[in-house]
Design a protein around this ligand. Structure first.
Ligand code: NAD
Length: 471
């Protein structure tokens, strides 16, 4: 396997100059082929993901196919302007020159994917990599084996491996890939593995985009419309059974509104997923936890939190053989509760209360560099919303909504601090996979040569005069 990887890397290195020279029409043609194949093979993709963790085929359309189509269409529409050299202005000191930024492909890139959206989280970066003119090696997650197998076949039929190749396998494969001197590494996964990737990248001075995770809070202020907030949060949290990097991790609500919020959350869960435990378990729209390790982790954190005083308001039902955990809401949770220790990444939604927003700001600031990937604000008060934005930070934010910021290709998608390095989607993805090459052209009038050595009295005076003129 290691020899295979090295051989493919060598082939991509030697083919890269050809791909680099591809013109806009050629890159668009590749994106169109990708789109057509995706549409034609969506039924197979749905089967593969269903076999991996019983995800609803409709949710596959919504969260795997649709985002890729949006990304491809957006790239096709805008690629010409993205690829065009960007003229920049010239300072007075450089009179007689012209400057521009040119976008060159980084070269041969590595894309490492997670299991939770196993298709779109490698294909979307691939769209940016192709648009920018790169060769790419993809390493999908080993936890979604059916989808990984599908990906290998899907990509294999679209591209020669000297341009795009897929390597399936476990950590040993990722480790082998990470020894190679890629021009860029695009990683989506946990902050823990993100550190491993960054350390490996440093050995070859490869640049990195790290799309990581963490706890994404929701803050609900006193002016919020609780029925709307509860409904939107229910869908954002329980889609993919909470296994979404930007899923609302926990809710902070004003203490006097907690009762009403919980009532509304119960109603929204009943409405969206079924009014009793049996209906919810049988609901075909609600998927399973990815594997038994994650099932035990979630089960344990739920039990420990209840032991520490948390109250299950709704849900809490589990079935180990099916890896089923029902949509669950917890109250009586404090920041010391076990469920607040790390990213939940499952269908458990704790509700915490505050008396003053200062308490929330203090808690979030105390997290230091563990800045959230997303933070959601529910408020009908514009001034308060602005105050909340100014006093917090996050990779991205929705106001009176959750998750949807990642669906707008005009917005950068990425984290900050421990939630990630860099961003992608749309032009931000194109730039992540491009080198911004600075080009200055000297025109006929060369004023600079008056300042060249030898530094005679005349030149010294000229430099003094220029310095005075510029300051
Ligand atoms: P993970 O970090 O365990 O795995 C991601 C990838 O890294 C997999 O391909 C895996 O094979 C590889 N990997 C695992 N251990 C490794 C090691 N020791 N050395 C080298 N490679 C290794 O993440 P996951 O469980 O697949 O996904 C869940 C995490 O990903 C969550 O933290 C979630 O928030 C985050 N995530 C982030 C985004 C985003 O866009 N920011 C999207 C989805 C998931």
């Amino acid at each position: 396997m290691t020899e295979d990887i090295k051989e493919t890397f060598r082939k991509q290195r030697s083919h890269q100059p050809v791909v680099k020279l591809s013109i806009v029409e050629e890159r668009i043609e590749k994106l169109k082929r990708l789109r057509e194949a995706l549409i034609a093979r969506t039924p197979e993709l749905k089967k593969a993901i269903y076999a991996d963790y019983r995800k609803s085929p409709t949710e596959v359309d919504l969260t795997e196919v649709y985002p890729c189509i949006v990304e491809i269409n957006h790239a096709i529409r805008n690629l010409k302007s993205w690829m065009a050299p960007a003229r920049v202005s010239t300072p007075r000191s450089l009179f007689g020159t012209r400057s521009e930024v040119r976008y060159e492909p980084k070269g041969v890139v590595l894309i490492i994917g997670p299991w939770n959206y196993p298709f779109s989280l490698v294909i979307n970066p691939l769209v940016s990599a192709i648009a920018a003119g790169n060769c790419a090696i993809i390493k999908p997650s080993e936890l979604t084996q059916n989808t990984s197998r599908f990906l290998k076949d899907f990509v294999g039929k679209l591209f020669k491996d000297k341009e795009v190749a897929v390597f399936e396998g476990d950590v040993s494969v990722t480790t082998a890939l990470l020894t190679l001197p890629f021009d860029h590494i695009f990683f989506t996964g946990s902050p823990r593995v993100g550190k491993i990737v960054m350390e490996a990248a440093s050995k070859n001075l490869s640049s990195v985009t790290l799309e990581l995770g963490g706890k994404s809070p929701v803050i609900i202020d006193e002016s919020a419309d609780l029925a709307k907030a509860a409904d939107r949060l229910t869908v954002a949290k329980f889609i993919n059974a909470g296994q979404t990097c930007v899923a609302p991790d926990y809710i902070y609500v004003h203490e006097k509104m907690q009762g009403e919020l919980v009532t509304q959350l119960k109603a929204a869960i009943a409405n969206r997923y079924g009014s009793n435990p049996e209906d919810r378990r049988k609901n075909p729209d609600y998927c399973r936890v990815i594997n038994s390790r994650n099932f035990s982790r979630l089960s344990q954190v739920l039990d420990e939190s209840v032991k520490a005083g948390a109250k299950i308001e709704i849900g809490g039902e589990r079935n180990e053989s099916e890896r089923y955990i029902s949509p669950t809401v917890l109250t009586n949770v404090t920041v010391e509760s076990p469920i607040m220790r790390e990213e939940i990444f499952g269908p458990l939604l704790p509700v915490l209360t505050y008396r003053s927003l200062e308490d929330v700001y203090r808690y979030l600031r105390a997290q230091g560099e563990e800045k959230p990937l997303a933070l959601y604000i529910f408020s009908e008060d514009r001034g308060r919303t602005e105050e909340l934005l100014l006093n917090t930070t996050a990779g991205g934010t929705c106001v009176n909504q959750a998750i949807l910021h990642l669906a707008n290709p005009n917005l950068p998608f990425g984290g900050t601090g421990h939630s990630g390095v860099g961003s992608y989607h749309g032009v931000f993805g194109f730039r992540a996979f491009s080198h911004e090459r600075a080009v200055l052209r000297q025109g006929r009038i060369d004023t600079f040569k008056m300042l060249y050595p030898p530094y005679t009295d005349k030149v010294v005076k000229m430099i003094e005069r220029v310095t005075r003129y510029l300051s």
